[in-house]
Structure formats: C-alpha cells, structure tokens
Design a protein around this ligand. Structure first.
Ligand SMILES: Nc1ncnc2c1ncn2[C@@H]1O[C@H](COP(=O)(O)OP(=O)(O)OP(=O)(O)O)[C@@H](O)[C@H]1O
Ligand SMILES: [Mg+2]
Length: 207
C-alpha cells in the first residue's frame, strides 16, 4: 500500500515546525508509521547542499538547481522508499518552496521552476500541502529571538513579500491540494484546522 505525502510550506517563522509536530502526533495516534523529513536536506548529500545553500552566495539559477539536486536525492533515498513501504511522509518544505523562493523571491519565474520540477519528479506531487500564511513582519517578530539569521532569512522584507505572494499564487492554482491556513491566529486555532485536513486525508486513505 502506498503511503501519503504531506508537505508544510510558508515563509520563515510561519509555523511549519510547530504544526508538522502536531500532525506527526495525530497520525502516530492513529496507527500510521510516520517519516519526518525536510528540504533542502533529509540525506547526507542534501544536508551538505543545505549548508552551501544557506551560507554561500550564488546566482538565483544555481540556487534553484542546487535545491532540485538535493530534492532528487531525497526522493530517491528517503521519500519514495518510505511511501512504497506505506509510510506517511511529512516534509518541511518541498517544490512549492522553490516556486515561492526562487520563482517568486528571486524572480526566476514559475515557468523555469515548473520545467525543473517536471524533470526532477515527473508526475509526482504531494497528496496534501499545508501553507501557513502570515505577513512577513509578524513572522519575523516570532523568530527574531533566534539570533543569527541565514542568507535567506536576512533578505529584505520586499523579498519575503514576493515569496508570500508566490506561495498564495500556487495555492490559487491548486486549491484542492494546497490548503491555506492563516497563521497569525492562535496556535490552537491553527492546529484545529491543520488536524481537520489531516483527518480528511486519513479518512480517504482508510476508505
Ligand atoms: N499560531 C501561532 N501563534 C503564536 N506563535 C506561534 C504560532 N505558530 C508558531 N508560533 C511560534 O512562532 C515561532 C516560529 O514557528 P515555527 O518554528 O513553527 O516556524 P517555521 O515555519 O518552522 O519557521 P522556520 O522556517 O524558520 O523553520 C515559534 O517560536 C513558534 O512557537
Ligand atoms: Mg521550522
């Protein structure tokens, strides 16, 4: 039996890590085997690429190509085998993030990213994507205490606005798969909506 692939998206500080944990607990309590992972990363090669990605300066196209390189390795080594074993894979960021950050934020455009996505994982996309939406200023306030910011976090607010808008464009194009959650509400309110979507998917899988 094939498992399900759920991705968590949104700008830095939007609530991805908080709610990936809620979904993990929810699914585990329902007897699902859960594989939690993240991008870029999730494999030894991917984590090495993540370091390069977050620390080295590079042109936007190289940035996009690096993430897709890490992604293919991650799919081959982690995601596809776990799904084939019937596991539920929860992934902190996936291809929608590349549309948002490199397509929108870096202004490469959606067509270039769509071409790379089609080459990297033809006919494969998440079963459900939870998009945590919040104004960049509010998200920034939540994570400001973390201290040193990486190369992406330290971009100007106009960059993060473009990323947010690109994410919302993705959601408008695929409303069945991408569920937008207003993340500037209380954690409990957001969690209830997140778990309602997870519950729907469990029900569909069990039917
Ligand atoms: N709905 C909420 N209300 C208030 N605080 C929240 C809410 N959701 C998350 N937070 C807090 O905001 C901070 C950022 O949340 P979290 O780490 O889940 O974001 P993230 O999307 O994973 O960020 P990053 O992309 O930087 O990893 C955390 O301190 C978290 O506890
Ligand atoms: Mg996080």
């Amino acid at each position: 039996m094939q498992g399900k692939f759920i991705t968590f998206e949104g700008i830095d500080g939007a609530g991805k890590s908080t709610h990936i944990e809620s979904v993990r607990a929810f699914l585990t309590a329902r007897g699902k085997v859960v594989c939690m992972t993240r991008e870029p990363g999730g494999t030894a090669l991917g984590e090495a690429i993540r370091q390069l990605f977050l620390e080295r300066s590079m042109c936007p196209a190289s940035e996009a190509l690096l993430v897709f390189s890490a992604r293919r390795q991650h799919l081959e080594q982690v995601v596809w085998p776990a799904l084939a074993r019937g596991e539920w894979v929860l992934c902190d960021r996936f291809t929608d993030a590349t549309f948002a950050y490199q397509g929108g934020g870096r202004e490469l455009g959606f067509d270039a990213i769509a071409t790379l996505a089609q080459w990297t994982h033809p006919d494969f996309s998440p079963d459900l994507t939870l998009l945590f939406d919040i104004p960049p200023a509010a998200a920034h306030e939540r994570v400001a205490h973390r201290g040193a910011m990486d190369r992406i976090e330290s971009e100007q607010s106009v960059f993060h606005e473009r990323v947010r808008e690109a994410y919302l464009r993705r959601a408008r194009a695929e409303p069945e798969r991408i569920k937008v959650l207003s993340s500037d509400q209380s954690k409990d309110t957001v969690r209830a909506r997140v778990l309602a979507f997870a519950q729907q998917l469990v029900q569909m899988a069990d039917d």
